[in-house]
Design a protein around this ligand. Structure first.
Ligand SMILES: C[S@@+](CC[C@H](N)C(=O)[O-])C[C@H]1O[C@@H](n2cnc3c(N)ncnc32)[C@H](O)[C@@H]1O
Length: 187
């Protein structure tokens, strides 16, 4: 069978390609329309390294709240192979990439969950990391306050209202005079 001069094998390949494009487009639209209020942009490498260096020592779990495509989560899993790392993401496309990356990489200590971290219990002794957006700071604060602490939060760039960080550092950026800021909070 030939359509527009193409043989059956070529038509099958075009059909598979178009189907994949449609799936990716629908997933991306789903993400950007009502589920994802923040794009899954990873932290800059220098900021990521600075944040990892600030993680308090210990054996407790590390929760990456809104892991996007999984860049920070994978680096946490590599740096702390003896600690459980839980990466939570609710947007389907970034979640799928992070989940696949964790599986292919064989990171035994990393679990990638699809869900809302605001509905996820966080255990006492956990360290949380987040790089989100300002409107999420009050619900994130309220959620962490409702847990049985202590919990440490390393939050990039957006201060938590009505709380003082125990400490903070700035990380210079090449692309803008505004540095990234990592704020550490205790709950
Ligand atoms: C800026 S990205 C994080 C990037 C990641 N920290 C890194 O460095 O690779 C923020 C992510 O948080 C996710 N997100 C926002 N609110 C969420 C929620 N309540 N539950 C789960 N994921 C959420 C967004 O979908 C987005 O992918």
């Amino acid at each position: 069978m030939r359509i527009f001069g193409c043989d059956a094998k070529t038509i099958r390949m075009i059909a598979v390609f178009l189907t994949l494009c449609a799936i990716i487009t629908i997933a991306a639209l789903y993400h950007h329309s009502w589920l994802g209020r923040v794009p899954p942009i990873p932290l800059r490498v220098t900021t990521r390294r600075a944040l990892i260096a600030l993680i308090p020592p210990g054996n407790g779990p590390i929760y990456e709240l809104g892991c996007g495509f999984g860049f920070l989560a994978i680096n946490l899993a590599r740096t702390f192979p003896a600690r459980p790392i839980v990466a939570i993401e609710y947007s389907p496309l970034p979640f799928a990439v992070a989940w696949l990356w964790a599986r292919v990489g064989g990171y035994k200590n990393l679990r990638v969950w699809r869900g809302d971290f605001l509905a996820t219990p966080i255990p006492a002794g956990a360290v949380c990391t987040s790089y989100l957006y300002p409107a999420l700071m009050p619900p994130l604060r309220d959620h962490l306050r409702a847990q049985m602490g202590p919990i440490t939060l390393l939050n990039v760039n957006f201060p938590i209202p009505d709380m003082h960080p125990t400490h903070s550092i700035t990380v210079p950026r090449r692309d803008t005079p505004m540095p990234d800021e990592i704020l550490v909070y205790g709950f």
